[in-house]
Design a protein around this ligand. Structure first.
Ligand code: SAM
Length: 236
């Protein structure tokens, strides 16, 4: 198998992360069965939209600004942002089905309706987003891929960043949180050439004012690693 995510067409892209985890609880199976059909965004998968027609964003958002969270994990940050920002519409992407089930439980609890999800690879979503439609993107604790030979699997590589840059509005904010110093290094090296400018870089105790700490951040803190928060703006 090749290891060049940027060389893959949508149907043939390599995805290296986990899709299934521990056995789902009965309640989680119920959320998936009852809620996923309503919460998921149609027209994103190749099966659903083989011509890769761009999504109708005005209809989706009702004219509200559109934000994206890449790899929402258990969904706590995504739901927090949806509840906190009723005048915004959010899309979350997450291929890990256990995370999707957790998110659906949180949506039920919060009663949030201003969000939708693609339960899969964010690159499938990028393919069908029109140019310059996103006002904000969150990348919280992306998979670290610690081995040097796997660094090109990271999100902060041209195979992902060029796709992201196309769909971000000029001036749109791109936030990256990570506990891995080498991920900070690669983010600072690779994000600006993709068309972004660094706005701020802070550490523990100095997160964004509307930040909600995620499961992976909590794990990092328990294990003695330090959070880093980077903010970029899309050029133009
Ligand atoms: C380390 S976890 C962090 C989860 C969550 N953001 C948090 O902070 O707790 C990284 C997540 O990114 C997801 N992910 C990896 N590659 C992805 C892709 N191509 N598209 C969407 N999500 C992806 C993984 O499935 C995983 O749940």
């Amino acid at each position: 198998m090749t290891d060049h995510p940027q060389d893959q067409t949508p149907a043939r892209r390599n995805f290296y992360g986990r899709v299934h985890g521990k056995t789902l609880r009965a309640s989680q199976k119920q959320y998936l069965a009852e809620d996923l059909g309503r919460v998921r965004l149609p027209g994103v998968t190749v099966e659903d939209n083989p011509e890769r027609r761009p999504l109708d964003i005005a209809t989706l958002t009702g004219g509200r600004p559109l934000w994206l969270e890449v790899g929402f994990g258990g969904g706590e940050h995504l739901v927090h942002m949806a509840v906190r920002n009723p005048d915004v519409f959010l899309i979350g992407c997450e291929p890990f089905v256990n995370g999707v089930a957790m998110l659906l439980g949180k949506i039920r609890e919060a009663g949030a309706e201003n969000l939708t999800i693609h339960p899969g690879d964010v690159r499938d979503l990028f393919d069908v987003l029109p140019d310059a439609c996103l006002s904000k993107t969150f990348l919280n604790y992306p998979d670290p891929w610690p081995k040097a030979r796997h660094h090109r699997r990271r999100f902060v590589t041209p195979g992902y960043l060029d796709l992201l840059a196309r769909v971000m509005k000029p001036g749109a904010e791109f936030r990256v949180a990570t506990d891995i110093p080498d991920y900070v290094r690669q983010t600072l090296e690779e994000v600006p050439p993709a068309g972004f400018t660094l706005v701020s870089q802070t550490g523990q105790g100095a997160a964004w004012e509307d930040w909600l700490s995620t499961r992976y951040e909590q794990k990092a803190l328990r294990e003695g690693r330090d959070p880093h928060y980077l903010t970029f703006r899309r050029n133009g």
